[in-house]
Design a protein around this ligand. Sequence first.
Ligand code: SF4
Length: 277
Amino acid sequence: MGTSLSQGVEEGRCGDRLWLYATYHCNLACVYCLTESRPGIANRRTLSRETMVALAEEARELGFGALGVTGGETFMLSDFPETLADLGRVLPTVALTNGTLFTDRVLDRLAVLAELDVALQISLDSAEPARNDEWRGPENFAKVVATVPRLVERGLRVRIATTVDDQTDDELERLCELHRSWGVGDDDHLVRSIVRRGRAALEELGVEPGPTDILPELTITADGAFLHPFAPTVRHGVTDLDLLVARQVRPLQAALDRFLRIVAHQPAGTDVVRNIR
Ligand code: SF4
């Protein structure tokens, strides 16, 4: 007998968030990108709005408690503001974004999210523009600091995600002062190491994740279902399949069953420290 999703969550073996990789396309090309995302990427591996919404509805039926949408840059999809609203009507949702594509028109289309349980998680690695832009590309810092207050003043929930390499404690404290000045509290600031997969592995950056460092959370991409959101990485243009759970993603029940069989053989959460979130 395998474990159920609720039992797995209760025992700390897995999370109840379903992750969706909306696209691997991105307007940036960060040094440590797990998915080798960039502007000219040949294989965008996009999930359609219909597919994402259908998966979200299946997830709710199956007992998932939340959704995460990532990529690539989610807002490279022209209909993403509406897709995000659709998803937020199904389950609480966090969407990861680099925060550089929020024109006035996009902000207007996002207004509805203020009424929904939806958060935008924006990457920012340093309060020093040059340090941040060294990893994430020219003008990235300026664009993010211009955008976050505009989202917050519209009542949208913003989280800040910081990927650390060699930032000092003082540097991180200055970053915390910055996000607090926007009204983004410490609970909405995530700090994690660079994970040595994808482009970060080729660049020999970050930490090699151990087998239990990352909480399993079923993750759906156009290539299949994976064990957690750091699993469907890309190296030399090819998706890493070492943490593939199933090639077929629908019905979601079948992918979930395979996921739970794998999770049942892993140590329970009380026995392990999850070092990467
Ligand atoms: S890390 Fe994020 S913003 Fe940077 S290239 Fe990858 S997907 Fe784009």
